[in-house]
Design a protein around this ligand. Structure first.
Ligand code: GTP
Ligand code: MG
Length: 137
């Protein structure tokens, strides 16, 4: 499809980068079709990241993602999932390309400023996890 799901993570919100990140997103041609400022519960974060539940960093990831507010959004653009992954850059900011959101705003492999869905299927699942149908334009 032409939609993806993103979160501006607690580190980027704490560091004052909501505006800078939204500017990068909209300047790259993504249209915002849903957006909210919210805080994940432990249960929300555990469920959202269930795919990583056996990884050694799972507990740290859940603690990080719940420690403060986030901005979650559904974005629309042709080739949205792939183009958004390119815009955010590699998971580890030291490996992220120049000009990518993670290169600009992430501080570590764990606290990496933004999430981007990794497939059309997961974009749909993640968008529906965060937004009711009436919240999506
Ligand atoms: P997302 O868009 O957030 O899903 O990132 P990604 O697809 O680039 O990475 P992945 O799905 O493999 O990991 C999900 C998230 O777990 C990452 O974005 C990090 O926040 C966190 N993470 C991944 N690897 C590590 C790690 O080695 N240590 C820690 N502390 N966190 C990690
Ligand atoms: Mg991922």
């Amino acid at each position: 499809t032409n939609r993806t799901f993103t979160m501006i993570k607690p580190d980027a919100v704490e560091n004052g980068h909501i505006g800078g990140i939204l500017d990068k997103i909209t300047s790259a041609g993504f249209k915002i079709v849903a957006m909210k400022y919210t805080q994940l519960s432990k249960r929300d974060a555990q469920e959202f990241y269930a795919v990583h539940s056996e990884r050694p960093f799972y507990g740290e990831l859940v603690d990080f993602m719940t420690r403060g507010p986030i901005v979650s959004a559904i974005l629309e653009k042709d080739n949205a999932v792939e183009d958004f992954r390119a815009l955010i850059g590699a998971t580890n900011p030291t490996e992220a390309a120049e000009g990518t959101i993670r290169k600009l705003y992430a501080t570590s492999i764990g606290e990496n400023a933004v999430h981007g869905s990794d497939s059309d299927e997961n974009a749909a699942i993640e968008g529906a996890f965060h937004f009711a149908g009436r919240e999506i334009y």
